[in-house]
Design a protein around this ligand. Structure first.
Ligand code: FES
Length: 107
């Protein structure tokens, strides 16, 4: 199992366990993590699943596709180097312990 910690703007955290292949969004939706809405269900058409990957994990996730970047441009919160659509971020064993931050603007 792969652990992912979701950190809220107020500093509170929720750590969940998922299977390799699950998306960071699916895991969050299954547990009702606040701030991740995922209106489009993961088809890269809404940007309501935007998260910031924690600095400690920079360079350890896969890279964003051009279409993901286009959609991140439409997100409510500013796009940063660490921005990801959590529906496009798939769990792998190497990401065990991943920390993502939920943008404040998503509430
Ligand atoms: S769930 Fe809509 S873009 Fe990720």
């Amino acid at each position: 199992m792969v652990k992912v910690t979701y950190r809220q703007p107020d500093g509170s955290e929720q750590t969940l366990e998922g299977k390799p292949g699950d998306s960071v969004m699916q895991l969050a939706i299954g547990a009702g993590v606040p701030g991740i809405v995922a209106e489009c269900g993961g088809s890269m058409a809404c940007a309501t699943c935007h998260v910031y990957v924690d600095d400690a994990w920079t360079g350890k996730t896969d890279t964003r596709s051009e279409s993901e970047e286009d959609m991140l441009d439409c997100a409510m919160a500013e796009m940063k180097d660490s921005s990801r659509l959590s529906c496009q971020l798939r769990l792998t064993e190497a990401l065990d312990g991943l920390v993502v931050h939920i943008p404040e603007e998503q509430f």
